[in-house]
Design a binder for this molecule. Structure first.
Ligand SMILES: [Fe+2]
Length: 304
């Protein structure tokens, strides 16, 4: 990894740094250790995202907000230069909609959502559709590379997938639009990541995935997603300091090797939803199925 010459001002969009709320930091000393490691690697902001899962991690929003305030106070008194924000890693299940009356967003109107590991893509799509229909919330899928259902058949060249995402308004509105026949014939149009993107979902990758901490299959999937341009941002998903210090250096190195320093910085910069349209706004005559022209941003596309 290139030596840092100035403070890169990184933001961690997924971190279990709050003490005693979930399976992350057990106590305050661990939170402080995580904070020191993050600042050492150039992070200046952290979105605190404890698990919220009915029956296992019943973290009420007020409890999370108080924990953030308490930790902020500790950091201030200890001279730790890390700004922290409240958030949550919501588990996608039938109870989640009830929990969103007072949502813990990570930024703007974005909620971080973890989908169950062993579940079919159609079920995930249906649950997410019901979740966001009628709400002004935008789900960001946590570590999609860890999910089998997100697999894409890469017989299609990754470059074409990137172009497809661009056509959905993901990266660059001025990108060449695909033609109607391109969309209809695109053999990845029905893959889960593309369907979710078309519904307006964002994607957060784990830095540890690139270091191989979840195995080779996840590492390869993360590399493919990075090349395709699927990710909106990256995060540590740090639970404990020991694991964090092991994968950060290697993960940063791998991402920089694959995508370059500028992209690493881009993925770790503080996000704003304005930069990623809610859904594609207009395909100007290039529509098929749900991909009809003239749909307004913010309107949810029924994936079924
Ligand atoms: Fe997490």
């Amino acid at each position: 990894m290139t030596e840092l010459t100035s403070s890169p001002d990184f933001a961690d969009h997924h971190c279990h740094i709050l003490p005693g709320l979930d399976d992350g930091a057990n106590e305050l000393s661990e939170s402080i250790e995580i904070a020191h490691i993050l600042t050492e690697y150039g992070f200046t902001e952290v979105y605190c995202t404890p698990h919220v899962l009915k029956g296992s991690y019943d973290n009420h929003p007020d409890r999370v907000r108080k924990s953030v305030n308490d930790l902020e106070e500790v950091f201030y008194r200890s001279g730790i230069g890390l700004r922290i924000h409240g958030g949550a890693e919501y588990y996608l299940d039938e109870y989640l909609t009830d929990l969103l009356r007072d949502p813990l967003t990570v930024f703007d109107n974005v909620i971080l959502v973890e989908s169950p590991m062993r579940i079919q893509g159609d079920v995930i799509k249906g649950m997410l559709y019901r979740l966001i229909a009628g709400r002004k919330l935008k789900p960001m899928i946590a570590h999609p590379e860890r999910h089998e259902a997100m697999e894409i058949d890469f017989k299609m060249k990754p470059g074409r997938f990137k172009r497809f995402l661009e056509a959905l308004g993901h990266r660059d509105k001025s990108a060449n639009r695909l033609s109607k026949s391109d969309l209809e014939n695109c053999d990845i149009a029905d893959t889960l990541p593309v369907s979710l993107r078309r519904m307006g979902c964002m994607f957060q990758g784990n830095i540890g995935s690139f270091a191989g901490i979840y195995g080779d299959k996840v590492r390869r999937r993360a590399a493919n997603f990075l090349e395709c341009g699927l990710y909106d941002c990256l995060g540590t998903d740090a639970h404990h300091p020991k694991e964090l210090v092991k994968f950060l250096k290697q993960g940063f190195g791998e991402i920089e090797r694959m995508a370059g320093r500028d992209m690493l910085t881009h993925f770790l910069s503080r996000k704003k939803t304005e930069k990623t349209p809610a859904i594609f706004e207009s395909t100007a005559g290039a529509g098929s199925g749900n991909a009809q022209a003239g749909m307004k941003a913010g309107v949810v596309n029924d994936p079924r």
